[in-house]
Design a protein around this ligand. Structure first.
Ligand SMILES: [Zn+2]
Ligand SMILES: [Zn+2]
Length: 280
């Protein structure tokens, strides 16, 4: 299992990414769905302060304190620094849970930040927030999970493996290779369709798609299917999961999404059925 997602627009959304034990958003019901897996969560990233994305946080914090499991494990929560709703909610949680058995840390973040989530010597991974267009009253982020990788410099491309190893031993890897960043996961958060530059070259795009029919939308705060498909076409992203779909499409989602994805060859498009757990 790499990803576990629950998402139903207006009600609850959360995304668990198991390779790095990250939780993106924490809509209601998450603790009962995840059960003892909540002890695996290391870091929680909140996209914004709407209740359908944060209401389950209090449950997680309490369950980790009381359920059977590793109760001493520290938990870190990252949130958009100018979200008043989230700050108020945290103040309440801190007040009513003053005697936690583990360390709970809140980190306000901004779009210029880069949060290190993994460093095993060879590979470094970061979560990089970006601002998105959602409601006026609530600042909202999406997130890229980015991996720092190394590539051979052009002037060494036609050398043998042995020769390259020798050069690295002699001069260090900085001299023979250069580092670059690869997006391995993009999570849109609640937003209109993302800017192509944010999405380009990502291995997997999770994009909100509240409206499968643009005519159903009132106000420009969520994405519609045609806009997301346009983004896919522009960027050439190959793996996409649509989520945050309105429950009004429960009976029609399959037909509508299949119809549009038929026009794309080479696209692996899936969607999180509103109200059902999605696991891959
Ligand atoms: Zn939402
Ligand atoms: Zn929202």
């Amino acid at each position: 299992m790499q990803l576990m997602i629950y998402s139903k627009a207006l009600f609850s959304t959360w995304i668990y990414y198991s390779p790095d034990r990250l939780l993106f958003d924490a809509g209601e019901g998450i603790s009962s769905y995840m059960g003892n897996k909540i002890f695996a969560i290391k870091k929680i990233f909140l996209t914004h302060g709407h209740a359908d994305h944060i209401a389950g946080l209090w449950g997680i914090i309490n369950s980790r304190n009381n359920a059977m499991g590793d109760r001493e494990k520290r938990l870190e929560i990252y949130f958009p620094k100018d979200s008043n709703a989230i700050r108020e909610y945290f103040d309440f949680i801190k007040r009513v849970n003053s005697e936690l058995k583990y360390e709970l840390v809140f980190y306000p973040i901004d779009e210029s930040d880069k949060i290190l989530i993994k460093d095993n010597g060879n590979t470094k991974r970061f979560v990089v927030p970006f601002r998105v267009k959602h409601t006026m009253s609530e600042p909202a982020f999406g997130f890229n999970v980015v991996e720092e990788r190394r590539k051979l410099k052009e002037e060494f491309l036609n050398l043998s493996k042995e020769k390259i190893v020798e050069l690295i031993k002699k001069h260090g890897k900085e001299c023979v290779t250069y580092s670059y960043e690869k997006k391995i996961l993009t999570i849109s958060g609640d937003t209109m369709a993302l800017e192509p530059s944010i999405v380009e070259d990502t291995d997997l795009l999770l994009h909100e798609c509240t409206f499968l029919n643009r005519k159903d939308r009132k106000g420009e705060i969520h994405a519609s299917l045609d806009e997301v498909m346009e983004l896919i076409q522009k960027t050439g992203v190959k793996n996409v999961v649509l989520y945050h779909i309105s429950s009004r499409y429960e009976s029609t989602a399959d037909r509508i999404i299949k119809k549009v994805s038929n026009h794309f060859t080479d696209l692996n498009l899936e969607y999180v059925y509103p109200g059902k757990l999605w696991i891959r």
